[in-house]
Design a protein around this ligand. Structure first.
Ligand SMILES: Nc1ncnc2c1ncn2[C@@H]1O[C@H](COP(=O)(O)OP(=O)(O)OP(=O)(O)O)[C@@H](O)[C@H]1O
Ligand SMILES: [Mg+2]
Length: 404
């Protein structure tokens, strides 16, 4: 940038002299003032109108720095705030972002790294207008199914590839921490997993997150579940919340595949999500559990308009009519996925059906699901038609694949 960064530095719980020594000392940086506490910082933010506020602190959750961030952000929402923390325990990052921080750096840093982080924060800050491409948070889609084996992982992986084929950047997070199988379904070796991220030192940012993902041929990034069930306990809820915040900043779509039931991780992800896909199958037990799941979401005050209902194995003849489904669930499923022999095959081969059989009805259903999120008119590989067996056949489908 041509003119120096004019910064205000608030110090909380650190030695002001150490902080000052860490700041850039060349012509690219002007230190307007160093402040302490909320009131002094807010007054200085209003008076000096800095390009940027740096809050240097220890990074503890009960840290007064969170109040300073909050106060400065309220006083001048268009001024980006960088947190310079000596540690970043799980949970602090999320609370700092919630309070209004734009970015976070770990203290100490080289002067060069710090100046770079400041330039990025200023350039990316939405109301600065310096970068018209400053990105919005991506959508977090939580794929849910209260019963095991309903097709959650099938849906997560194929929705992800369908979104990637539509040109979106996608991260899949496998929250089935003990028995996750997203890696198998996408044919990815478990070289790096969420466990490696959890035990790594230091804080979390977009670059670090990307160091721990595996990338599929379609460009879909995947944060894999730990390779062994005993490693699952290393993934704390606080870490997960931080990962979700950072991931939404880094991708257009974050898809969370979940284990059956409302585990603590699942509840935290539902709370953080922008959308939810509920996957049920066409049998009375699954429908009952799907209904219970929808009721649980309602008890959690989840906005029903953000829930997409997917019915898997929707063409199985089991004596349950479309009318029965709508009566039990209280709403109409939006997407119907047919049973397809190629699906178990695609799972075994580690190639999602959107790629292995792009012309299939199942693939079309996943493109249709993706289109609900991209807003595209429709992106199926084929124009799906009504699935009906020949007259007189005992197997007569109950559902259309697409509502006309
Ligand atoms: N529409 C379908 N047609 C054929 N087979 C299917 C279909 N949906 C799912 N399956 C089979 O059922 C298996 C279970 O699906 P999936 O792993 O997606 O369920 P899940 O809800 O993730 O299960 P879990 O609760 O154990 O994680 C898959 O391996 C697949 O072989
Ligand atoms: Mg699964």
């Amino acid at each position: 940038m041509d003119h120096p960064i004019r910064a205000l530095v608030a110090v909380e719980g650190l030695d002001a002299f150490d902080v000052q020594r860490a700041l850039p000392d060349d012509a690219s940086f002007t230190l307007l003032a160093m402040t302490e506490g909320v009131d002094e910082t807010v007054r200085a933010v209003v008076k000096d109108a800095p390009d940027l506020v740096v809050v240097a602190c220890q990074g503890r959750e009960d840290d007064r720095s969170l109040h300073i961030i909050d106060g400065a952000h309220r006083a001048a929402p268009d001024v980006p705030i960088i947190v310079l923390a000596s540690t970043s325990p799980n949970g602090f990052l999320r609370r700092a972002f919630e309070a209004g921080a734009a970015d976070m750096a770990i203290f100490p840093q080289t002067k060069e790294q710090l100046r770079f982080a400041m330039s990025i924060a200023i350039a990316r800050h939405p109301s600065r207008g310096a970068d018209s491409t400053a990105r919005k948070d991506g959508r977090l889609i939580c794929v849910l199914g209260p019963k095991g084996g309903t097709g959650k992982t099938l849906t997560s992986t194929n929705l992800s590839t369908a979104l990637a084929l539509a040109g979106k950047s996608v991260l899949v997070i496998d929250l089935d921490l003990q028995f996750g199988d997203v890696a198998l379904c996408l044919g990815l070796p478990p070289e790096k997993t969420m466990y490696d991220l959890a035990i790594s030192p230091g804080g979390l940012d977009e670059d670090k997150l990307k160091d721990y993902v595996m990338t599929h041929d379609t460009g879909v990034d995947v944060l894999l579940a730990p390779a062994r069930p005993d490693q699952a306990s290393a993934i704390t809820i606080d870490l997960l919340r931080d990962v979700l915040v950072v991931a939404r900043r880094a991708y257009d779509f974050v898809i969370a595949d979940t284990p059956p039931g409302f585990t603590a991780e699942v509840i935290a992800t539902i709370d953080a999500s922008s959308d939810l896909v509920m996957v049920g199958t066409l049998d009375s037990l699954s429908l009952k559990n799907t209904k219970l799941g929808l009721e649980t979401l309602s008890l959690m005050d989840y906005d029903p308009r953000k829930i997409r209902l997917v019915l898997n194995r929707a063409d199985t003849r089991v004596g349950i009519s479309h009318h029965d489904v709508v009566t039990v669930l209280g709403s109409e499923p939006e997407i119907f996925i047919p049973s397809d022999r190629e699906i178990p095959r695609s799972v075994n081969e580690g190639v999602p059906i959107t790629l292995s059989r792009p012309q299939s009805y199942a693939a079309a259903s996943f493109h249709e699901l993706a289109a609900l999120f991209t807003g595209a008119e429709s992106q199926p590989a084929v124009e799906p038609v009504r699935v009906e067996a020949a007259a007189g056949s005992p197997r007569r489908s109950l559902f259309r694949l697409r509502r006309s």
